[in-house]
Design a binder for this molecule. Structure first.
Ligand SMILES: C[S@@+](CC[C@H](N)C(=O)[O-])C[C@H]1O[C@@H](n2cnc3c(N)ncnc32)[C@H](O)[C@@H]1O
Length: 246
């Protein structure tokens, strides 16, 4: 029996299929540290840490970082890189619907759309786990697609990019009934071989997130349109939600 989509697509194909859309993680880490004025030697959770793109630079800067991810493949890549670069990160293979470490973290990061994969009740459980795992006054930063942009205009798009390994076609469809987006990525490599995967995520509005975060013991302090702190507008591609545990 094949598992849920999020149990299967984060494997060795992921860097080719999604890597071309990734920003510069080292710069993103600088931006986040500045945006939140993160204290030296903070205890940081990177939830859905993937290949450690952010966890490793954060640890290199002296923060104590725990990277949590369900995918052994992604964690394998992260571990190998951290070892090679001589950086120490705690890697935990766990489901974000389960992982909780009460009162442990100064900061939790959920980056590059690593939230919204499940049913509403389960997405709320993830926030509950984060709320419980933060110290009082600790921060959560969620970096998400801007739901308002897609849902209000029922935006769907289909685009093909030339990428180093071939041609990458990305087709995104928003379903206004389920308020979920599916993104199908198909890479046709130079040698003609095709690989593909489909991402399926619930896009929450700012109002919905405010309510869910409140239920999880957190209060929204700010919405930004990017990790570098651009103002959040209906046209922003990203919705960066910064909240604090009360
Ligand atoms: C879109 S990727 C982003 C990875 C990373 N934050 C980055 O910016 O490169 C989402 C990550 O969430 C992880 N993930 C998916 N389902 C998960 C779950 N149930 N529990 C924990 N991690 C999960 C995937 O394995 C993947 O590494």
């Amino acid at each position: 029996m094949p598992g849920a989509w999020f149990e299967t697509i984060f494997d060795e194909r992921y860097p080719e299929l999604f890597g071309p859309l990734e920003g510069n993680a080292e710069k993103e880490v600088e931006d986040i540290l500045r945006l939140l004025a993160v204290r030296p030697r903070s205890v940081v959770e990177d939830l859905g840490c993937g290949r450690g793109r952010h966890a490793i630079p954060l640890a290199r800067k002296g923060h104590r970082v725990t990277g949590v991810d369900l995918s052994e493949k992604m964690l394998g890549i992260a571990r190998a890189r951290a070892r090679k670069e001589g950086v120490s990160v705690e890697w935990v293979r766990e489901d974000m619907r389960v992982f909780r470490r009460p009162g442990a973290f100064d900061l939790c990061l959920s980056l590059f759309t690593s939230f919204g994969f499940f049913r509403d009740e389960e997405n709320q459980v993830v926030l509950g786990n984060v709320g419980a795992s933060l110290k009082e006054g600790g921060w959560l930063l969620l970096d998400l697609r801007n739901a308002g942009k897609g849902l209000s205009r029922l935006e769907s798009w289909d685009q093909t990019l030339e990428v180093p390994s071939g041609k990458l076609r990305m087709a995104i469809r928003f379903n206004p009934r389920t308020r979920r987006a599916t993104a199908k990525h198909v890479l046709t490599r130079q040698d003609g071989i095709r690989i593909s995967s489909t991402f399926d995520v619930r896009l929450y509005s700012d109002r919905e997130l405010e309510a869910m975060l409140r239920n999880a013991g957190m209060r929204v302090r700010n919405f930004f349109g990017s990790l570098s702190g651009d103002p959040f507008t209906g046209d922003s591609d990203r919705m960066v939600v910064v909240s604090v545990k009360e």
